[in-house]
Design a protein around this ligand. Structure first.
Ligand code: ADP
Length: 483
């Protein structure tokens, strides 16, 4: 990994304005999932360092919230510009620690930056309300104020974007933040924080603590100073963090697991549906929380759609993310590989038929062949939990009612997709799906301008859009009497 700006490879955590090592000097390695090679190491911090980061975020808060929205906006805009100016380096760093193809990494840098740009703009639009009063001698005014010190815990699958969609609205609103990035991908997080510092984000406003998830999470959730926690990750850890936050009654945003249905109706444009399924299922090697997890196809078009999808899947190029034309990188680690293998074995044992793939890839390591399984059924593991890998299971249905029932037959409710050209059906199905986001004739739905989030066991709150900044603002009602 050759960076044009070597300063971006930060191997210390950021507390206040200082890059720091762990108190006991311990560190952990960051490895490239494509090769296993160690590309750097970061401090293995714990409770004491986290308490210091909370204290520095608390100390920085009064001055940060006192800045005008315009001043914060200007700094965020600079941060956006710096991220884009360093797009190539950030992409190289991301591919090295996360494994995704470089083209996707470049795309993620731009996507991550778009949240900073968006919330730099939204910073100036945190309007309140003047409410018609029930009495002539009083007025009702509602203002919005920063929540205070906030914390973010983020996953490895989008090492930059999952951070910016929390940190950008927090900083725009006038909050300060302590971030704990995933242990697999801390280097992207630290590079991002370095660029924030360069952009003029004052010391203590954005702190990054790397290290022991349980200890850091324990401090962040139990602290009375931290008023809000935003987490993206698994439902199990989300539930744990919510319960740990109960005593301090924190505001919570939780972006948790999904089990997205992708429904192909008989009136769909099948080529467009196959393209959409590829984008939704195989992006990031199937490792996104909005990846199609169950592809439901109407019986009359099942064989035709399966043939189109299988041809596209067989044409994917599995390779290290740095290789030209790579479309499928390695899985993040051996646990991820084992889960994919288990899901495929379970499906085959329960009657699924392999159309392509179905085994570890010849490249070894955590590479897995892009796979299509026909005749998938709801009793299979891949129907009940996220596979989080490059495996597309095709289910069969007959009627629209059956499709909706199947789509909703999960405890999760993050995203859903469907393809249809019948306007009445589009509205019926979109309204009937129990999810936070619906892709209609598209397999890609994430944009900084739109609210991202789920219902049911997929979490609480929304990130992005005009709604995303509300997660970092409190309403205050001013009742002015005696007029
Ligand atoms: P994934 O399966 O995507 O790795 P996790 O929910 O395990 O999802 O991880 C998401 C983030 O949550 C990571 O930053 C991880 O370190 C963190 N994490 C995992 N367990 C805990 C915990 N007990 N307390 C706090 N953070 C945790």
């Amino acid at each position: 990994m050759q960076l044009q700006n070597p300063q971006l490879l930060r191997q210390q955590a950021l507390i206040g304005n200082e890059w720091q090592d762990a108190d006991n000097q311990s560190r952990f390695d960051v490895a490239n999932p494509a090769s296993g090679a160690v590309i750097g190491s970061v401090p293995n911090m714990g409770a004491a360092e986290t308490r210091r980061a909370i204290a520095s975020a608390d100390a920085a808060w009064p001055a940060w919230r006192q800045r005008t929205a315009k001043e914060r906006s200007v700094i965020l805009r600079k941060w956006f510009d710096l991220v884009m100016a360093n797009q190539e380096d950030l992409a190289q760093l991301m591919t090295a620690e996360q494994g995704k193809p470089l083209a996707e990494a470049r795309g993620e840098v731009a996507y991550a930056a778009s949240f900073i740009e968006w919330f730099a703009e939204e910073a100036r639009r945190s309007y309140g309300d003047v409410v018609p009063s029930p009495a002539n001698d009083r007025r009702i005014v509602v203002i919005k104020q920063a929540v205070g010190v906030t914390a973010a815990i983020t996953p490895w699958n989008f090492p930059l974007a999952m951070i910016t969609r929390k940190a950008a609205p927090a900083l725009a609103a006038g909050c300060t933040m302590i971030l704990k990035p995933a242990e697999q991908t801390p280097l992207s997080a630290l590079a991002l924080a370095y660029l924030a510092q360069q952009a003029g984000v004052p010391g203590g406003v954005l702190n990054v603590v790397t290290g022991d998830a349980v200890q850091i999470g324990g401090e962040l959730t139990s602290s009375d100073v931290v008023r809000k926690l935003s987490f993206t990750g698994s439902t199990a850890v989300g539930r744990l963090l919510a319960s740990q936050s109960a005593n301090s009654l924190k505001k919570l945003s939780l972006e948790l697991g999904g089990n997205a249905p992708f429904v192909v109706f008989d009136d769909a444009d099948l080529d467009a549906a196959a393209d959409g399924a590829m984008a939704s299922k195989f992006r990031n090697t199937g490792q996104t929380c909005v990846c199609a997890n169950r592809i439901l196809v109407q019986a009359s078009v099942y064989d035709a759609f399966a043939a189109k999808l299988t041809a596209r899947v067989a044409a994917l190029k599995v390779a290290a993310g740095t290789e030209d034309g790579a479309t499928q990188g390695p899985l993040i680690d051996s646990d991820a590989l084992h889960k994919v293998e288990e899901h495929v074995a379970d499906a085959l044992a329960k009657g699924a038929k392999l159309a392509t793939g179905g085994a570890r890839h010849a490249l070894g390591g955590t590479f897995y062949e892009p796979t299509v399984l026909l005749n998938a059924t709801p009793d299979m593991q891949l129907a009940q939990e996220e596979t989080f890998g490059p495996v597309a299971g095709l289910f069969r249905f007959n009627t629209e009612e059956e499709a909706i029932a199947l789509a909703n037959a999960t405890e999760f409710g993050l995203s859903a997709y469907f393809y249809s050209r019948d306007v009445a059906r589009v509205w019926r199905v979109a309204e009937a799906l129990e999810v936070g986001m619906v892709g209609i004739n598209t397999g890609v739905i994430s944009h900084a301008e739109a609210p991202f989030g789920g219902v049911k066991q997929s979490g609480l709150g929304r990130e992005g859009g005009k709604y995303g900044i509300d997660e970092y603002l409190e309403l205050k009602y001013l009742c002015m009497g005696g007029l």
